[in-house]
Ligand binder design. Structure first.
Ligand code: AMP
Ligand code: MG
Length: 487
């Protein structure tokens, strides 16, 4: 290498799709960028030069002021069903720099979010504010540490410019890293406005990128649909198992790769209540905790509709095939969820009554407003908490049944607790902790709490003493918690 290009190793395969799928666009220059968070470990995995990236030249890249060598900045075109209504969207405040090919040979989208207006911005300013970008960084990195497929966060920079929301707020740009940003909405867009040939090219592209094993399959598009159904079922089951509520499960926010993306009004639930909704704009509770699995299937039905022309030349036949696979979603989901729940309770084998045992616990938790994470945490630590639920006879009866169930399996009790430790996070990004950290960062420019929180959340199954203060519940005054879309 004759000069230092910071380890960037871009390819731009998405930009080789037909022009319909994107608009070339450059990030808008900002006045005085400053890096506030930088993910060294991720940068290293990407093959980037962490020292160079921490200089002014690195900041200029994360701010969109310099385009790294080999990048081909674009805004992606997509449509989507937002709260049930179909609409044209596209990257209105994000620019894809390109795909970084990592030393391990992986292909990762590098995207700047909040980098200014694009041809898809409509009335928006293309900007993002600091609080929500820090929030996305914290929560996406926490999801990754929890073992849940997600896009990741490489850096947050402030722009030195203010962004007008209800009030003036500090502007920021988040650098996101994803397996891809192909969405159900990308396919809806192709089906609505593209030719069948273009739809096919998009599907072939997605298969090649995410499901290469099925490339030679004779029924490849049907198999592709089935793989995405499976992946989404697994993803949403994982959300349910940690109490994660996405908040805006619009079809433009659901990926083909099965990664969690578009962290807007998402949040983790404290006390277990299946009807929990955090987002202030979700007045109908469409995306409530208990609705997430069903919405996943609804979204996949929109995906199937988009794929129909590829599935079979006779539409009726295509519809029947798609319906059959869509019908498998619930089975996939139930299987993942049950397997995950059993791990949370330390169950290695299977018994007929396991689902009842699990549901009974959830019912007791719901009745007594038990904290979702801490209930499983207390079981894992084998240490009853001082909560209203733990004092009830319903709970102690359940606890006895559970203990008997554990002693009936071949594994030792130790093995059961080991399994539980790996499956029940000790710490999650609790809303009051996230808010407290963001407030210090945004109001005072103090990132100590944010950095500490990110550090603690990076090992959620470690069960260290240091994590103890982060397991405490919010004061009643911090509830009910609400998240806002004005991001
Ligand atoms: P999201 O809620 O982030 O999934 O965004 C939904 C759609 O609105 C996407 O097309 C975004 O690009 C667009 N959008 C959100 N915020 C802005 C903004 N400040 N300026 C322009 N477009 C935006
Ligand atoms: Mg979106």
């Amino acid at each position: 290498m004759t000069h230092n290009n910071m380890g960037w190793n871009f390819d731009n395969s998405y930009a080789r799709l037909p022009e319909r799928f994107f608009e070339s666009t450059e990030p808008t220059q900002v006045s005085s960028p400053k890096t506030n968070l930088f993910n060294k470990q991720l940068a290293e995995d990407l093959g980037l030069d962490i020292n160079e990236l921490q200089t002014e030249s690195g900041t200029a890249i994360f701010a969109g002021n310099t385009i790294p060598e080999g990048a081909q900045p674009i805004a992606q075109a997509y449509a989507g069903h937002q709260f049930g209504n179909f609409t044209m969207l596209g990257d209105g405040r994000a620019v894809m720099l390109g795909e970084q090919i990592t030393p391990a040979g992986k292909r990762k989208d590098i995207q700047l979010k909040g980098s200014g207006r694009t041809p898809f911005s409509r009335g928006g300013d293309g900007r993002a504010t600091l609080g929500p970008m820090l929030r996305e960084y914290i929560i996406s990195e926490s999801m990754h540490a929890l073992g849940i497929p997600t896009n990741r966060s490489l850096a947050v920079v402030t722009t030195g410019e203010s962004v007008r929301r209800e009030i003036d707020l500090p502007g920021a740009v988040l650098t996101r890293v994803a397996d891809s940003h192909l969405r159900i909405g990308t396919f809806e867009y192709a089906a609505r406005w593209g030719s069948e040939e273009e739809l096919r090219m998009l599907a072939d592209y997605a298969i090649n990128r995410h499901y290469p094993d099925i490339e030679d399959n004779s029924d490849r598009y049907l198999t592709f649909f089935r793989e995405v159904v499976k992946q989404q079922a697994e993803l949403i089951a994982e959300w349910q198992l940690v109490g994660f509520i996405h908040g805006v499960m619009n079809t433009d926010n659901m990926t083909i790769s099965g990664e969690t993306i578009d962290y807007g009004p998402c949040a983790f639930m404290d006390e277990y209540d299946p009807t929990t909704v955090f987002s202030s704009i979700d007045v109908q509770g469409r995306y409530a905790y208990q609705n997430q699995p069903g919405i996943g299937q609804w979204n996949l039905a929109r995906f199937a509709e988009a794929l129909l022309p590829l599935l079979h030349e006779k539409q009726e036949h295509a519809i029947n095939q798609a319906k059959e696979i869509l019908g498998e979603y619930k089975e996939f989901y139930d299987d993942y969820w049950l397997a995950g729940m059993k791990k949370k309770l330390g169950l290695h084998n299977h018994e007929e009554q396991d689902e009842v045992l699990i549901q009974d616990l959830l019912d007791i938790m719901e009745e007594h407003d038990a904290d979702f994470t801490n209930t499983f945490r207390a079981l894992t630590l084998d240490k009853p908490e001082k909560t209203p639920m733990h004092d009830t006879s319903a709970f102690s009866d359940w606890h006895n049944r559970w203990q008997e169930r554990i002693s009936r399996q071949g594994e030792t009790k130790d093995a059961a607790f080991q399994l539980m430790k790996q499956s029940n996070p000790n710490v999650i990004p609790r809303n009051h902790l996230v808010e407290e950290a963001l407030e210090a960062a945004v109001q005072k420019g103090d990132y100590t709490l944010t950095e500490r929180l990110i550090e603690v959340l990076s090992a959620p199954y470690a069960y260290t003493d240091k994590q103890e203060p982060y397991t405490e519940l919010p004061e009643p005054s911090d509830r009910p918690y609400q998240t806002y879309c004005g991001t």
